[in-house]
Design a protein around this ligand. Structure first.
Ligand SMILES: C[S@@+](CC[C@H](N)C(=O)[O-])C[C@H]1O[C@@H](n2cnc3c(N)ncnc32)[C@H](O)[C@@H]1O
Length: 370
């Protein structure tokens, strides 16, 4: 039987490419040793003697191959998640996005939400809880929050809906009391929330999505956070196109900050809020140039927080006023815009020029800040 040192650089590279093609997942330089260990772990479990044979198994279009991918991705995926993970985005959901969806859906009282890359379920349950907070008569609505993930073991935990205190780093005490039963230090999701949330195994890159005559279509909102950071750029583009088709016209897409940096987003309208960028499927995307919408408060926000006079004195003054964090969050927003977006109120610089200017100034004043 071969051992871990027998995995040649060429074969390792072939595994890396196959993984990217099949799952979108990028194996970073620093994860390469762990990849070799995982390959040998799986070979040992299957009693496959040579890495070449294991590669052939993964690369074949058989049922055995499908089953083996499910085992391998458990070793390759990062499942980090917790309830109401990004406070600012959840604020935006509560104050703007969900109220807008609710208003548009008053007639048929149907809301369809997808949490893509939902891990162990904290994100989809948070969304259902938030809707229950906004809509006390939720039972009269037809709500579906669908959690999708490639990792079968994560979904098994999600379906059970039982969590440790660590999943509640960011959660209001009242929300915990209202929506969880605490038994022996375990938090069980309340029966009033569970029926609204379903889970399905799905590989965002290679499985059909959207899918007619299934739940995998017509979403009002797709949340895909902390998934694309692990992806190769071509896989992100592929999944973005699927999201476009899986959304209803005017449906929303929310990703993690900066996760779509450098991607072409012609099919979406980009709405910029201080808390986050929000993408919205156009009613009809054909022939539209890329368009960014700045709500009134954002122009003010960028003007106030992105000083164009970035000399040392200004930045030091800002540091004293504790504005550095604001500049960094504005920088994060800028990074999500296409590089050539012009910002008329900010000296008519493009997003790329402004990022460059900001980064080099911030770096000069505080090298640890970026
Ligand atoms: C870090 S978790 C993010 C969980 C949650 N969205 C959050 O932000 O808290 C990333 C998840 O993406 C899933 N994932 C990775 N590649 C995927 C793919 N190709 N299709 C579906 N899910 C994938 C992983 O299994 C993992 O559960």
């Amino acid at each position: 039987m071969a051992n871990i040192d027998d995995l040649s650089t060429g074969l390792k590279q072939a595994f890396i490419q196959l993984i990217a093609k099949q799952t979108g997942i990028k194996i970073r330089e620093r994860d390469r040793d762990a990849l070799s260990e995982n390959i040998f772990l799986r070979m040992k479990a299957l009693q496959v003697a040579f890495p070449e044979d294991y590669y052939q198994l993964l690369n074949s279009k058989t049922l055995d191959s499908q089953q083996e991918w499910q085992k391998l991705v458990v070793l390759l995926t990062n499942l980090e998640s917790y309830f109401f993970r990004d406070k600012e985005q959840f604020y935006l959901l509560q104050s703007k996005i969900l109220p807008d969806i609710i208003e548009r859906k008053q007639a048929n009282k149907t809301i369809r939400i997808c949490s893509a890359g939902c891990s162990t379920g904290e994100e989809p349950y948070s969304l259902a809880i938030l809707l229950k907070e906004i809509l006390p008569n939720l039972e009269q609505w037809n709500l579906l929050v669908l959690g999708l993930d490639i990792n079968k073991e994560a979904l098994q935990k999600a379906k059970i809906g039982t969590y440790r205190a660590w999943s509640f780093r960011n959660v209001d005490k009242l929300i915990k009391q209202r929506y969880f039963q605490i038994i022996n230090d375990y938090y069980h999701i309340a029966p009033q929330i569970k029926p609204f949330v379903k889970f399905q195994i799905l590989n965002l890159v290679n499985d059909p999505f959207p899918h007619p005559s299934s739940d995998l279509q017509d979403f009002d909102l797709i949340l895909c956070r902390n998934v694309f950071i692990y992806f190769e750029p071509p896989a992100i583009a592929q999944v973005l196109d699927k999201f476009y088709h899986a959304l209803q016209p005017l449906g929303y897409l929310l990703t993690g900050h900066s996760e779509l940096y450098g991607q072409t987003l012609n099919q979406f309208q980009t709405n910029v809020f201080p808390e986050s960028l929000v993408y919205q499927r156009r009613e009809d995307s054909l022939g539209y140039p890329y368009q960014v919408s700045f709500p009134n408060n954002l122009t003010g926000y960028l003007e106030e927080n992105l000083s164009l006079d970035m000399n040392r004195t200004t930045l030091e003054r800002d540091l004293e006023k504790n504005n550095l964090k604001m500049q960094q969050s504005a920088l994060n927003l800028l990074k999500q815009l296409p590089a050539d977006t012009k910002l008329p109120k900010l000296g008519n610089l493009t997003a790329a020029e402004l990022i460059l200017q900001l980064e080099s100034s911030l770096n000069a004043i505080n090298p640890d800040s970026l």
